[in-house]
Write a new protein. Structure first.
Length: 366
């Protein structure tokens, strides 16, 4: 399907053609039941329908919700376990006055060709505001095909953003997320398989590692985990040496690499409610958004359960944001295309229980 709305149009034609001679009333009924059929499996509806969008990082800036997603496009690149088919070339920014309001597309805010060091694959971004300036953090492959994290800045949350000439020194892998605590900003990142985290030892690229499996720990060994580092004053450098964020089971042992339902894969996100820090992340090949809690941003974090059950499509990626005292989950699925590389962003309310657990969201209707 070339266009997100095509699938719906094709379904529409299939039903509408035999009804060409039917009365308008019957057509209306058929169209209504078609809409119900297409949407019936899904608890929430796409926020954007004219482009494919994914990996939504949401923030409240200037009193509105701003969403920084990936922009999925059709590509001839074959699907593989390194995610080569996610071949994105630019970013759009979206905003909404409040949950349920119309979504505004602020257009293209950064293009691949405007990033001097990058060669391909503009994957999941995030944004932060400091002193009235806005920063877009994004992963891309450098000219050698190695993921790094870049930063671009703007005077407005809606961009456009101007990229720095080099990636942030000391970064590697992908899926950056920024957690702000007062005047401190923490960059959190990493992802295995296509995210290349398994190619590093002691934060150094190990020569010869070149597949989604090479460098992964054995199943009984501790799983790989995301990294965290405080950002420098300029928001364009790391203030400190990155540290691993440990994710433990209830007994206090590191989650193992073979524990695919609970181990970190990609898409780390941090939020805080009361004194509790929440680290949520995708489990990748088991398709959950899991979460763990801790008492400081560096961890350790203890696994608590799932924020989001598997959605339609292979990837699961999210953000969590508070707006006017209520919490919202932003995520994606493939409702519009039915095709893993062509995703659409969605949102849902997220409930924290009084005991600190999160009510698991099931985005597929039962
Ligand atoms: O959008 C490309 C990649 O797919 C993201 O970086 C991952 O988190 C997954 O959603």
């Amino acid at each position: 399907m070339k266009n997100p709305t095509n699938k719906i149009l094709v379904y529409g034609l299939l039903i509408a053609l035999p009804l060409a001679c039917a009365s308008p009333k019957q057509e209306e009924i058929a169209e209504k039941s078609l809409e119900d059929t297409v949407a019936a499996k899904f608890n929430h509806q796409p926020l954007v329908t004219d482009l494919f969008t994914a990996d939504p990082s949401a923030h409240v800036f200037e009193g509105k919700i701003y969403i920084y997603p990936s922009h999925d496009i059709e590509t001839d690149v074959a699907q593989d376990d390194m995610g080569s088919h996610f071949d994105m070339k630019d970013y759009h920014v979206y905003s909404m006055e409040k949950p349920g309001s119309p979504v505004t597309d602020h257009g293209v805010v950064l293009k691949l060709e405007e990033i001097p060091w990058a060669s391909r694959q503009l994957w999941a971004p995030d944004a932060a505001e400091k002193d009235g300036k806005y920063y877009l953090f994004f992963p891309a492959k450098d000219k050698e095909g190695i993921f790094k994290i870049g930063v671009a800045s703007s005077d407005k949350p809606s961009g456009p953003f101007m990229a720095e000439p080099q990636p942030i020194p000391g970064t590697f892998s992908m899926d950056p997320a920024v957690f702000q605590q007062g005047s401190d900003y923490f960059l959190i990142w990493g992802g295995i398989w296509g995210g290349q985290l398994q190619w590093y030892k002691d934060q150094k690229l190990v020569p010869g590692r070149d597949s989604q499996l090479s460098g992964l720990p054995e199943s009984e060994e501790p799983a790989l985990v995301p990294y965290i580092a405080k950002l420098g004053e300029d928001m364009k450098s790391l203030f400190e040496t990155p540290k691993e964020i440990q994710i433990l089971d209830q007994a206090g042992n590191p989650i193992k690499a073979g524990d695919n339902n609970r181990r970190f894969f990609e898409a780390a996100w941090m939020h805080k409610l009361g004194d509790t820090y929440y680290l949520s992340y995708s489990t990748g090949d088991t398709h959950y958004i899991a979460y763990a809690t801790g008492d400081n941003p560096y961890g350790p974090f203890t696994y608590r359960g799932n924020v989001l059950n598997p959605v339609e499509g292979w990837t699961n990626h999210h953000s969590i944001v508070e707006f006017e005292g209520r919490w919202y989950l932003f995520y994606h699925d493939t409702q519009l295309s039915g095709d893993t590389p062509l995703r659409n962003i969605k949102m849902a309310e997220l409930i924290h229980n009084p005991d600190g657990t999160i009510q698991t969201i099931d985005a597929m209707k039962k």
